[in-house]
Ligand binder design. Structure first.
Ligand SMILES: C[S@@+](CC[C@H](N)C(=O)[O-])C[C@H]1O[C@@H](n2cnc3c(N)ncnc32)[C@H](O)[C@@H]1O
Length: 394
């Protein structure tokens, strides 16, 4: 990584984006010290419209995304780039350019080779990621004998598909940014699904990565021996048991010691805390957790600091606030342990009310004292101690 002049680097990034025959995508994310860009993240990609090639900017605020198309010559790249983003990634077919602006404002710039191919579809948001005819869907009980998704399993199928939709770009980005190694047959991605239950997601991740040619070894962990036996039998019948395996273990006491990616979909109550603690204590580079029911903080919220009783006096609102406090403390603890963390809605609320995902990448930044103080004020204001805090090594 070399340290050079910011303006010259931005010029190089702009040139790369203007290569209309090779530009794949650009991502602006993270916040520079003391700067506040208008949007949390910006994605730029080429799209083929009726009247020619354009660049589409998607502005994302965690929950909502809006898009606008620009003629190639009118892309306001410099304005966006100077508005306060700390990370700018530009990918062209063959080469990835990555700029990170350090806390002191120094630009750190890398160029590396890649094997990306671009996709100019105008609307590719809802392409199916899972092959509906894949026999795993029938084996796990999501599809019927004819290969149609069972109506009773439609919500679970959608949750799995949307979870994958987030996992895949997150994974690619983590590889591009050097947070994850480039997977090979000798060095596959090690993925652990914590609290895997019937393993809909576990098998889906395995099958999707296999179809994409991404070498991976997947382990599903669930406390129930019946889940382990059923899932291992399915893996055997599909002939994939050399790359996916299931264990009947408590998350907190699992024999699995390492992973590149840890995932958990609706691991009950504090099992999500066990999953987070397992990953954080082992410096797992990438984690995606969609929490389930929350009781730990709810039961500790005995006295509300005023004027918060305006919310907590109503049962349903108290419960929702308890969920939010729980997840915000989880996020903050991960942040204090060197993770860059986002909370995102991974699927519409009509498919599950438990639709928040905590996505985190280990970046190794040291905890800022203000952030430690924020965490302390929150727990003392509410008189709570999150169960996760005691599970994390210090
Ligand atoms: C609500 S289910 C979700 C299953 C699966 N991830 C899905 O989305 O379909 C939660 C699963 O977590 C498992 N579980 C709960 N606590 C656990 C723990 N401490 N260790 C391991 N598994 C646990 C349960 O047995 C159950 O199968």
């Amino acid at each position: 990584m070399s340290e050079i002049d910011l303006e010259s680097v931005l010029g190089q990034l702009q040139v790369a984006i203007s290569q209309s025959d090779t530009f794949v995508r650009a991502v602006l994310s993270g916040r520079r010290r003391n700067m506040q860009p208008e949007h949390e993240r910006i994605d730029i990609r080429p799209v083929q419209l009726k009247d020619g090639l354009a660049l589409q900017i998607s502005y994302s605020d965690g929950r909502q995304m809006t898009s606008k198309n620009f003629p190639l010559a009118e892309l306001p790249f410099m304005d966006l780039a100077l508005s306060g983003y700390a990370n700018i990634l530009v990918e062209n077919e063959g080469e990835t350019l990555s700029l990170r602006i350090s806390k002191k404002g120094s630009p750190l710039f890398t160029r590396s080779k890649n094997t990306l191919l671009r996709n100019l579809d105008h609307d590719r948001s809802k392409k199916r990621l899972l092959d509906a005819s894949d026999p795993f869907l029938r084996e796990v009980g999501i599809a019927d004998a004819k290969g149609s998704i069972k109506p009773s399993k439609m919500d679970k199928y959608k949750q799995v598909e949307e979870f994958l939709r987030l996992l895949v770009p997150t994974l690619n980005e983590a590889i591009s940014a050097g947070h994850l190694h480039h997977p090979t047959d000798q060095h596959p991605l090690r993925i652990v699904d914590l609290g895997c239950g019937h393993a809909y997601l576990t098998f889906a991740v395995h099958q999707y990565l296999k179809a994409e040619g991404i070498p991976a070894k997947v382990v599903g962990i669930d406390i129930r021996p019946a889940s382990r036996d059923r899932n291992n039998a399915i893996a055997q019948s599909l002939g994939i048991d050399s790359t996916i395996t299931f264990l009947a273990e408590e998350i907190s006491a699992t024999s699995v010691e390492e992973a590149d990616i840890a995932i958990a979909l609706h691991a009950c109550d504090t099992a999500t805390d066990d999953a987070i603690a397992w990953a954080v204590n082992r410096d797992v580079p990438l984690t995606l957790f969609a929490p389930c029911c929350h009781h730990d903080i709810q039961v500790q919220m005995k006295v509300s600091p005023e004027p918060w009783s305006l919310i907590t006096r109503h049962g349903i609102m108290r419960e929702r606030l308890g969920d939010l406090i729980t997840d915000s403390l989880r996020i903050q603890l991960m942040k204090l342990h060197g993770y860059r963390v986002e909370a995102i809605e991974f699927i519409g609320g009509e498919h599950t009310p438990r639709n928040l995902m905590i996505r985190a990448v280990k970046v190794g930044t040291e905890a800022e004292i203000e952030e430690v103080e924020r965490y302390q004020s929150m727990i003392s204001l509410w008189g709570v101690t999150p169960v996760l805090a005691a599970k994390l090594n210090h």
